[in-house]
Design a protein around this ligand. Structure first.
Ligand SMILES: Cc1ncc(COP(=O)(O)O)c(C=O)c1O
Length: 482
């Protein structure tokens, strides 16, 4: 509703601060009154002298606020005359904190990309304080925070001096090329490695670069919803590919797609390892420039029972595999660093896309990480957490079998940070998840990760982030809910 001139001062509420703070507050509140339409176009404001008196502030404070709003186009001001509102509220929405309900309910016309993203059904992902047994997390309490903070500090100070720019830093690229070659069997030169804020960013970049509307994309079913979202948003037709004991199964009769997304080291969510025969079979389908494979090795660092199976990327002789990794699981998800090993033919295109979408990790964080790796802290942390998480996996399996063995059958993954427990009877995993959340245990329903009609019903349970006593308590809570 429009307000009359004499109540303007009553609508302004200034918190006493220094003069500069008062100018900013007054400018922002007047801007809000104009943007919300409460001070309509053509309405004169009180004189600076009058408003200053009503508000109990200096006249300069009001004059500076008027000048700023005139410069932004909200007011028309000429010397010696009272300023007049120059725009209608709706012409200037979004420039202030005052947003009217009608502005919120307005339905903007979205791009096809954003509309598809909104329609993509992303199952509930938990936010806020971590609760047992939320999947997908390592134990942040075990992270060497002090050492990492020192690396960060040194490199943040250095960055200001050296004027580091937003690029993929050579030191981290080289450290990663070496680490990935020795521990994951990835074959790549340093300049094929792009440093991004997350694995999800890598998927978005890949989708933006090579997926066009109506391209066919295959994803494991059940699968990773982040991949489904990234590829569907690009307009791809996403087909869920069934799994068996060996991993993704080639479906007879389907022509090779544009892209195959897979998690061969620990299938998300089942944790299964893809057999060598299947890796070879899918690699045989790939064709330079025609059928690409995206290998998401999100938690491949964690393997417990035997030597890790090398990445599929290392077997690719034709440059058809994108290899994606992240530090979210092995360090902390707040570090915001993931990486993409690009097929040689796409390096420069992906670098241009990375720059223009703005998906480059902060330079001082990249430098700090390179130092953390070079000084041996990364591998030491990995060795320690690998032992710890293996014991936690075994403990969760034992507790589930002891307390819930009659209801759940557990699939023991050879690695990773989460496991699947299937219902022996019944399908109501989503209702069970709701009951568990209310009781303080966070899990994810297996059926919510299905791309088509759900065939598996059960729970995805994280074990890495929880001490054994916490795991025991959580499983007791689960047992009381079933
Ligand atoms: C299969 C898979 N890929 C990628 C990610 C995302 O990693 P980031 O946090 O780096 O985006 C996750 C996270 O849970 C995941 O489960």
């Amino acid at each position: 509703m429009p307000v009359s001139q004499d109540v303007i001062s009553a609508l302004i509420d200034l918190k006493r601060a220094d003069d500069e703070g008062l100018v900013a507050q007054l400018t922002s509140q007047l801007r809000g009154l104009i943007a919300s339409g409460r001070l309509g176009k053509g309405r004169p404001l009180p004189s600076s002298r009058q408003l200053a008196r009503d508000l109990g502030v200096s006249r300069n404070t009001v004059t500076y606020a008027f000048e700023q709003l005139a410069a932004e186009g909200y007011l028309e001001a000429s010397h010696g005359r009272r300023p007049v509102v120059a725009v209608d509220g709706h012409e200037r929405i979004g420039r202030s904190g005052a947003v009217e309900p009608s502005m919120r309910s307005a339905r903007p016309r979205l791009s096809p990309w954003a509309s598809r993203l909104e329609q993509t059904d992303w199952p509930m992902s938990y936010q806020g304080q971590l609760k047992p047994l939320r999947p997908g997390h390592g134990d942040f309490r075990e992270f060497p925070n002090e050492v990492w903070a020192r690396c960060l500090r040194r490199n943040a100070v250095g960055a200001a001096k050296r004027g580091l720019g937003p690029v993929n830093r050579a030191r981290l690229r080289e450290a990663l090329a070496h680490y990935l070659a020795t521990s994951r069997g990835v074959r790549a030169s340093a300049d094929q490695i792009m440093i991004l804020p997350s694995a999800q960013a890598a998927l978005t970049l890949i989708a933006a670069t090579i997926v066009a509307a109506d391209d066919e994309v295959w994803i494991e079913d059940p699968g990773y919803p982040g991949a489904v979202a990234a590829f569907r948003a690009s307009g791809a037709r996403v087909t869920g590919i069934r799994l068996d004991e060996q991993g993704m199964q080639r479906m007879p009769g389907l022509a090779a797609p544009k892209l195959i997304f897979m998690t061969p080291s620990h299938q998300h969510p089942t944790g299964r390892l893809m057999s060598l025969a299947r890796r070879t079979e899918f690699l045989g389908l790939s064709r330079p420039g025609k059928t690409w494979i995206v290998e998401d090795d999100y938690d491949g660092e964690f393997h417990y029972d035997s030597r890790p199976v090398p990445a599929l990327q290392g077997l690719d002789a034709h440059g058809c595999v994108f290899y994606v990794g992240t530090f979210s699981k092995v360090m902390t998800s707040d570090i915001r660093v993931g990486y993409l090993v690009a097929p040689p033919a796409l390096v420069s295109t992906l670098e241009i896309a990375q720059r223009h979408i703005g998906l480059i990790a902060a330079s001082h964080v990249q430098e700090a990480l390179a130092e953390f790796i070079a000084d041996g802290h990364f591998l030491a942390h990995l060795r320690r957490t690998r032992r710890l998480y293996r014991a936690r996996r075994d403990h969760l399996v034992e507790e589930l079998e002891r307390q819930l063995g009659a209801k759940l059958s557990v699939e023991v993954p050879p690695g990773g940070i989460q496991l699947v427990a299937r219902f022996k009877r019944g399908r109501a995993d989503q209702a069970a998840v709701k009951r568990l959340v209310a009781a303080g245990v966070e899990t994810r329903a297996l059926s919510s990760l299905a791309l088509g009609r759900p065939r598996d019903h059960g729970l995805l349970l994280g074990f890495a982030a929880w001490r054994e006593s916490e795991i025991s308590a959580a499983v007791r809570t689960m047992a009381s809910c079933f």
